[in-house]
Structure formats: C-alpha cells, structure tokens
Design a protein around this ligand. Structure first.
Ligand SMILES: [Zn+2]
Length: 284
C-alpha cells in the first residue's frame, strides 16, 4: 500500500505545482507523508460537506480542485469554517491536496474534461502555455463540433450534458446562429475573451460571466456566450483526475480505490426565471 508521499508525488507528476499561476495556492494542505493511503476522494470544493463525505467514505486522501486557503491564513482554529474543515480532516486521518490552475493548464486538463463532457473535439489550447514546446498545454481549449448546431440547440445540449445545477446554462447571442467552433474554459473564464476573439470561435462556454465583461465581449465581436454553473464546468475534471490516478495505481500495483463526490457544491440552489422573460437578440 502506498503512503501519502508516494501518491502526492504521482499527483505532482500529473499536475506539477510549478504550472500553477503565481496567485494560486496549490499542493498539500494537510496530511502525514508516511500515512498509508488506500482510498482517495475527488471533489471540486474543499467545503464542510465534502470533508464530512471524505470521512464517511473512509478516504485517506481528499483531492480538490479549489484551494482551501487561497490567500493564506494565520489560524486553523475550528471556530472558522475552514479551520473546521482542517480539524475534521486531520482528526479523521484524511489528507487534503489541491490541484487548481496547475490542473487547468495540464494536458489533459480541466477544460479537456469539460470538452469531453460536451462531446467536443479539442483542437488545441485557447491560451497556450509558452513553456510547452508541443503546444498542448494551456488555459481553456478550442474545440470543434462534428455536427454544427444552432446556439439554442448547443445551449440545450450543454445543459443536458453538464452535471445538473439550479443555474443550468445561460446564453447570449442569436439563438439561430450556427455553432461550429467553441472555446471552453472550466471555471471563471472572463479573462480569456481576447484569446476567444483571436481564435474566431463561434461560441465561448465558461462560468461566472459578469454583466460588463459579457456585454463588452458581445459588443467587440459577434461571439455567442454560454454561462454555466462554475461547479458544473469543473466537476468533469474530478472523473478525469480519478481515472488518471487509477491508471497510475494500476501501473504501480497500489490497489488504490478512487471515487468522485457527486455532491453539488455550487452555491446557487434555486433558479427562478421571470414569468415572461423579455429578451432581445440581434436582428438576422
Ligand atoms: Zn474553479
């Protein structure tokens, strides 16, 4: 049976910490390097209900996409919700490891899993990592649809293929415009509009699109926008990551048992459309 340091070094090979953005906080949050690991749980958010689930399923290691302490801390006292998570994990012998922007940029990365969930064919990174000579790593992915569909049909397709959330999928653009090429970025992707424009994608699917960036992107270029729940765009990575660790475990004869949390930790739990929404879209 591997110990935590063995498994962490495998995870660091899949998603090297050096690939994370400067502002990020990735790596191991808690855990004894010499503790044996047999069960690993993957989830998007290191929140209390996920820590409780890790304990309930008997995980020795919880791997999350989002950092617990993105901006550092001076306390892990259990009277803060993050400190409570740390206490729950340590008390029950569960380690926590974070792979965030280093997993975004990897090949395969978070946006590859998103593209696969949407049945899209990836043609390359949206914002390539200049350090990668093969041009495969980077933020976001450019994709093609084997069968073009209208924006309305693609929005419906995305809502059906992504894990279900209260938000579903919002779209901006002419519902009848044909969509042949799509840029995708798991999580908040409004920093990549310039790359989306440069790539000339018909549509851009990401999360957390705010009024001004979305409105201005639409004024700049006729790209259609699709806004999905942040959690839903990143959850497919958990399955991809678990499969990657399974493959390592099989090669090394570790016998790890991996599983993915299906708990929806998107903060939005209710979506009430207006009784008769007034929408306008560009004239054809
Ligand atoms: Zn995220």
């Amino acid at each position: 049976m591997p110990v935590l340091s063995d498994v962490i070094s495998a995870l660091d090979t899949l998603w090297p910490r050096a690939w994370a953005q400067d502002w990020d906080a990735v790596g191991t949050v808690c855990g004894d390097p010499d503790a044996e690991v047999s069960r690993v749980l993957f989830a998007v958010d290191p929140v209390r209900e996920i820590a409780d689930e890790a304990v309930a399923v008997g995980a020795d290691l919880l791997v999350t996409h989002h950092p617990l302490y993105l901006r550092g801390t001076s306390t892990v006292a259990a009277d803060t919700f993050k400190g409570r998570v740390v206490h729950t994990l340590i008390t029950n012998g569960v380690a926590l490891h974070v792979a965030h922007t280093n997993a975004d940029i990897a090949d395969p990365g978070v946006s590859d899993a998103l593209a696969a969930a949407l049945d899209l064919r990836v043609t390359g990174p949206l914002a390539p990592d200049p350090a990668d000579r093969e041009g495969r790593r980077g933020l976001g992915r450019l994709c093609a649809l084997d069968r073009p569909m209208t924006l309305a049909a693609f929005a419906e397709h995305a809502a059906a293929r992504l894990p279900a959330t209260a938000q579903g999928v919002r779209a901006s653009g002419d519902p009848d415009r044909p969509v042949r090429t799509v840029a995708v970025s798991g999580g908040a992707g409004d920093s990549l509009f310039a790359e989306v424009r440069a790539a000339g994608a018909d549509a851009y699917l990401t999360a957390d699109l705010r009024h001004h960036p979305a409105s201005e992107a639409r004024e700049h270029a006729p790209v259609a926008l699709l806004d999905a729940a942040h959690w839903a765009t990143e959850w497919p990575w958990c399955q991809q990551a678990a499969a990657q660790l399974d493959a390592v475990s099989e090669r090394r004869g570790w016998g790890l048992r991996t599983q993915v949390s299906h708990r929806v930790t998107d903060p939005w739990i209710l979506h009430q459309p207006s009784p008769s929404p007034r929408v306008s879209h560009p004239a054809p």
